[in-house]
Design a protein. Structure first.
Length: 463
């Protein structure tokens, strides 16, 4: 039985974008709260172990490096205090015209200074080693997330609608696209390589119409502020959202002309989450600005590991696809209520198009690197005879905010890290696939759902 989720109309966000204060600089903090690791190592170890990735094994190394850093730092502070005391004594000797004794003590301060410089380097080295490990540790799963190791352990939360029935054998999207001239798979591959698409004629118009429909829905009905981000982002932004260092092998690095020195500084974005979630990095926001709701369209580029064998035909697994991304920056106490709202906004897309789908709650072993809790929306594609993931909605809690040093000031004046949420609202080309496979007709045409008709100025795509 389908359970209909109808999110109510929300007050539209009023966000004024202002230049980031201060000079541009790089900041990527250790992510999991080091204080939590120090005070509750067994808890952190246990939560990491639920992911079944073996990350908990590195916690002892983190604690050892952190202890080393703190001991060295204490030694540095003691030496600095001693140097200050000696400096005062030198001043007193100089006032008493005891120049020889003063010079002897100056030699002592120089030795102390050299020792401090050595220890400062050791402190920095221990901190760097500790933080490199921390940057590679995933977020801690929320307590409401079920234990599991693979996607087979995910929980179906609800479904909506019913699978469409046909009086004929439904065609795959490849057959439909080739019959109606919606996508030229062969020429797309010839232009760039396997896993890249060339939309043509009604296919290009349908893709554009879907993007516009999604943006209009989320801005007009769900209260998001639309932004249009750069399609190239810096390495720090990729670290900020947790794409790096974990998924650096799946990114497209950019090089400026023939200058090889620039490679690895900028990347084609894998999702609009990378630039949009980072909009307020290194800022301290006023509490009354939260929640902030952004939506953004962008193409997404993913050189996924193991995708080298992607065929020249088909739209299920591609290196470039379009997506409308939803980002929420909220107060921590509202994080999980906002996650449910976010899921409802993504569901509304599929409901408005009349597409059957299911909602899954991911288990601990299937969570994304930065996520504490995630729902996936999978839409039914009749030609495939399977569900396709079109949206993943996650609360990353303060994991990403710590990485990008994004904070907000509470009413009491305390600086705290907000929760950052992200969701696909939704992704194409799989939405495109499900739509044309669901609405295919016996005569080979594709009917257009009512919400899309004003954008396409037609109710049907035919040869």
């Amino acid at each position: 039985m389908a359970h209909r989720v109808m999110p109510g109309r929300r007050r539209k966000s009023k966000i004024r974008l202002r230049p980031c204060p201060g000079p541009a600089r790089s900041y990527n903090a250790a992510v999991l709260d080091i204080k939590l690791i120090r005070e509750q190592p067994d808890f952190v170890r246990q939560r990491l172990a639920t992911r079944a990735g073996g990350d908990e094994a590195r916690l002892d190394e983190v604690l050892a490096l952190d202890d080393q850093r703190r001991r060295l730092l204490a030694e540095v502070e003691a030496l600095k205090a001693g140097r200050n005391r000696v400096s005062k004594e030198i001043g007193a000797l100089m006032a008493q015209k005891k120049a020889a004794e003063a010079e002897a003590m100056k030699a002592e301060t120089r030795q102390i200074g050299e020792k401090i410089a050595q220890l400062d380097k050791a402190v920095a080295a221990a901190e760097k080693a500790r933080d490199e490990i921390l940057l590679g540790l995933p977020n801690l799963p929320h307590s409401s997330v079920a234990m599991g190791t693979t996607a087979a352990d995910n929980t179906q939360v609800r479904t909506w609608g019913t699978r469409p029935g046909f009086s004929f054998k439904p065609k795959s999207h490849v057959e439909i696209c080739e019959h109606l001239g919606l996508v030229d798979f062969a020429r797309g591959s010839r232009l760039t390589g396997s896993g890249f698409l060339l939309y043509t004629n009604w296919g290009a118009r349908l893709e554009r119409a879907l993007i516009q429909l999604l943006l209009d829905l989320h801005t007009a009905q769900h209260g998001y502020t639309e932004v249009s981000p750069p399609y190239i982002v810096g390495r720090d932004c990729m670290i900020g959202v947790g794409q790096f260092p974990k998924f650096i092998d799946q990114a497209y690095a950019v090089q400026e002309g023939l200058d090889a020195e620039t490679r690895g500084k900028l990347y084609l974005l894998p999702t609009a989450e990378a630039p949009v979630a980072n909009i307020h990095r290194e800022e301290v926001l006023s509490w009354n600005l939260l929640p902030i709701n952004y939506c953004a369209y962008s193409p997404c580029f993913r050189a996924e590991a193991g995708a080298a064998g992607v065929g020249t035909r088909g739209m299920i697994r591609v290196h470039q696809f379009d997506k409308v991304e939803l980002i929420k920056i909220v107060r921590p106490e509202a994080g999980y209520a906002e996650l449910e709202n976010l899921v409802g906004h993504a569901e509304r897309v599929l409901q408005s198009l009349g597409l059957h789908y299911r909602v899954l709650l991911l288990c601990t072993g299937d969570l994304g690197f930065a996520s504490a809790k995630t729902y996936d929306l999978e839409v039914w594609a009749p030609g495939q005879g399977s569900y396709l993931e079109v949206s993943s909605c996650s609360n990353c809690e303060d994991f990403q905010a710590r990485r990008m040093n994004l904070r907000f000031k509470t009413q009491s004046g305390e600086n705290k890290f907000p929760h950052i949420l992200n969701g696909s609202g939704t992704a194409l080309a799989r939405l495109f696939v499900a739509l044309i496979e669901t609405y295919q007709q016996a005569d080979g045409s594709v009917a257009i759902p009512v919400p899309l008709q004003p954008y396409l100025k037609t109710d049907r795509i035919t040869v």
